[in-house]
Design a binder for this molecule. Sequence first.
Ligand SMILES: NC(=O)c1ccc[n+]([C@@H]2O[C@H](COP(=O)([O-])OP(=O)(O)OC[C@H]3O[C@@H](n4cnc5c(N)ncnc54)[C@H](O)[C@@H]3O)[C@@H](O)[C@H]2O)c1
Ligand SMILES: [Zn+2]
Length: 358
Amino acid sequence: MKKLKVSLPQQPYPIYLKKGLLEEIPNRFKEKYPSKRLALITDENVEKLYGRKLEEELKSNGFKTQLISIPPGEQSKSIRTLEEIYEKLLDFQITRGDILLTLGGGVVGDVGGMAAATYLRGIPLIHIPTSLLAQIDSSIGGKVAINLPRGKNLIGSFYHPQEVYIDPQLLTTLDKRYFRDGLAEIIKYGCIKDKELFHQLLAFPNEEQLFQNIEDIIYTCCKIKSHIVEKDEKDAEERMLLNFGHTLGHAIEKYFHYEKFTHGEAVALGMYNITKKSEEQCITQKGTAEGIKQLLKKYHLPHKMPKIDREDLIKTIGLDKKNRGQYINIVLLEKLGNGFIQKFSPEEIERMVFIEKD
Ligand SMILES: NC(=O)c1ccc[n+]([C@@H]2O[C@H](COP(=O)([O-])OP(=O)(O)OC[C@H]3O[C@@H](n4cnc5c(N)ncnc54)[C@H](O)[C@@H]3O)[C@@H](O)[C@H]2O)c1
Ligand SMILES: [Zn+2]
């Protein structure tokens, strides 16, 4: 089994990684957490595939458990879902001495993490991430959040889990589109921090071959994310590197009302198009954008900017007149594997936003 440690001064915590790890969890918990109550938060898809079985096995190992299943999808990152979770935690009489487990993708991790952070001013939290994105990104770093009608992740906190258990075997049931969403973030790690990872991804002949090596890839990504979080727990500087491709990506997602592109696809568009532009301005080493394009194409992620009205896009990024005079941090690449943050004025970003012609 692979093990990593996120070394934070207040609360260092381990990440365990192994194919088939889920099955070992009841036994491990029996030794580590005897007689605790376990609230298991999941979504309806993951419940059917893995949640019920895990609950049964925890029960047969002597645990008192309560399965809390929320509807799948972003809609569940809401105040209403959070309130329903609190009610069930109260019914089940969870105390600060017990544990809240999340079993699911980033949605379950974020809303379940919010519940753990706030219920009784904080109860112990353990993540068992089940989507690729959750295994390489959202389960590490302690960000928990819910959405408001006016925007994503507007309510949130930093609340680290006690442990993270990653079982890559669970990814065999994940829909391809979600798998590729996670891949876009893996490509991002390669771009900002790890040239070798980038070239490794480029060298796999196909997605199947990549999947054969997924455990090592997840390990590399968790290591990169934990190092970034260790350097900058609260999003001050280093952690901003994780936003590579995201300023433009978020704007594209929002412009199409979150319907046309998934988050990963929008980030893919953001990474390629911002790099193409920074390369034209001689900020980025020549050939970098072409490398990104090759990799995105290989894993069926888009690179070509959709047709968007330039003014509308600029407005969506938040660069309309009311923001004049402010500076915005944009992540760019010096070359593959080396991301850095540059401050731009809105006027300069306007020039960076690039709409490719067919
Ligand atoms: N906290 C953070 O640092 C952070 C970082 C990045 C993203 N996020 C958040 O993560 C969320 C997106 O996460 P996501 O992409 O995992 O979405 P998700 O949680 O909606 O999961 C995607 C879909 O896959 C299903 N699923 C999950 N695991 C499965 C499995 N093993 N087999 C079959 N189906 C499975 C889910 O039921 C869901 O339908 C967003 O809300 C985003 O804001 C948080
Ligand atoms: Zn992202």
